[in-house]
Write a protein that binds this ligand. Structure first.
Ligand code: ADP
Length: 172
């Protein structure tokens, strides 16, 4: 089956998919940006489940329920904080995406939606992070047969443009 990759502008918390990805921090105890938005909609039970996980390393991911979200699950990943690009940031960001797809595969999930991990408060330049995001999706498609839909969700029009341009450049 051919996999659909969608690039859309909107609020990731509104999506009815098997999993939405949260750009979390190492504590998994909530924060600002997309993390705050996800916890707000999911409700306090999400924080309870996250607390029991006892954190997550940068470049790794954890799965929880979606609670009051329309999404069935949340995959919490921790991307790197951008310094200058020479402190392992590309490898750590690639690892974060890779782990999300790996966990989705372990749970036989067919649809997954990503925000621009690390490209908010963590400062990763979006023109660079988008290449890692889209390449990781291509790789996952070649590895995981059950995948049907991968969605990249952008909050702003500017971010949406960056994703669309990168997708056409990379042939995604
Ligand atoms: P990080 O700390 O990993 O940089 P942020 O949450 O600060 O994570 O930002 C990641 C990206 O998610 C940013 O591009 C931000 O604009 C975007 N974002 C914030 N809220 C939402 C939302 N509700 N839906 C989709 N994307 C969002």
């Amino acid at each position: 089956m051919s996999v659909i990759i969608q690039i859309i502008q909107g609020d990731i918390t509104a999506l009815s998919v098997d999993a939405i990805v949260n750009a979390a921090n190492n504590t998994l105890l909530g924060g600002g940006g997309v993390d705050g938005a996800i916890h707000l909609v999911a409700g306090p039970e999400l924080l309870q489940e996250c607390a029991a996980l006892q954190g997550c390393d940068t470049g790794d991911a954890r799965i929880t329920g979606g609670y009051k979200l329309p999404a069935k699950h949340v995959i919490h990943t921790v991307g790197p904080v951008w310094q200058d690009g020479r402190h392992g940031e590309p490898d750590l960001l690639a690892s974060a995406y890779h782990r999300c797809f790996e966990i989705a595969h372990q749970h036989n999930l067919k649809s997954i939606a990503f925000p621009a991990v690390s490209s908010g408060v963590y400062g990763y330049p979006m023109r660079e992070s988008v290449v890692i995001a889209l390449s990781s999706a291509k790789e996952a498609i070649s590895m995981y047969q059950e995948l049907e839909r991968i969605i990249f969700v952008q909050f702003s029009e500017a971010a949406q443009q960056i994703y669309l341009e990168a997708a056409s450049r990379l042939g995604v």
